[in-house]
Write a protein that binds this ligand. Sequence first.
Ligand code: AVJ
Length: 321
Amino acid sequence: MRTQHKTTFASSFEEDCYNGLTSYPKYLLSKYIYDQKGDKLFQDIMDLPEYYLTNCEYDILQRHTSGIAAHLAGPNGFDLIELGAGDGKKTKVLLRHLAEKNVNFNYLPVDISENVLKELENSLKTELPEVSVNIQQGTYFQTLEKLANYSSRKKVIMMLGSNIGNLLHKDAINFLKNISAAMSEEDMLFMGFDQKKDPQIILDAYNDPTGVTAAFNKNHLVRINRELGGNFDTDSFMHWETYDPESGTARSFLVSMIEQTVNIDALGLEVHFDKWETIHTEISQKYDDQTVNWLAKEANLKPVEFFTDERSYYKNYIFMK
Ligand code: AVJ
């Protein structure tokens, strides 16, 4: 029944779940939250009044559209490559402005989900038919490698949403190094970083009273139940969030409220939980200028400009090589 040292896995999801749930302390990787249900729950999070990130970035793009566009648009036009396209609500503010100014540009949204890309493509066809769109299905780095010499003109790589915050600093540096490797001297990186602020505001953003964030976090277990034949009782786990104002790291956990054993068929695994044992599920890093400058320097990038909202809750930086 119980395989002690399983070495062959049908997918990296299986392998990562196995490794995380046989470690001490236990962990799961946040990238696996985003199946269809997880995508929907994240949409709901973005509508929460406590989740200020989305509104702040939308506000920045609206208040500073022309300043941002002036920096990004090269003399011969440019190619805008967006990593993690989503529904494009924020991006459309920028696209609309560029189209109105008759800037010569192509928009290349990159996403792992073909579905997301098709929906975005269709909505752009009706809302902004004058924008030339070229969807790119794949992982960020496959696509960046492919697009490194996409044309001879300027490239702008854009990543919104403070998605970099899911990475530990060392992984963020590697991530930025990979982006930097795909950039030439005139290219730019335009990226959102959620900022350190009143710790209570950050904690509330990841701990809403309506339980949407809890359901999002528990989607890890729901997905394991469905895809790997698990029998997690999601009600016996509680969502727990911490925020360390010194490091700027928000951390999400699932805490077992009882002693229990869970079976996961596809992994041939029995997972034992002591009462109050934890599964670490996500980090959401918060930044300040000093930290952003340090990350950029480590990745051979220079911050050349930034844009922020009225309360300085969030910043979008422009980097060059
Ligand atoms: C999509 C990674 C930016 O960390 O703020 C929202 C994900 N997790 N609420 C974030 C998330 C819990 C989100 N990112």
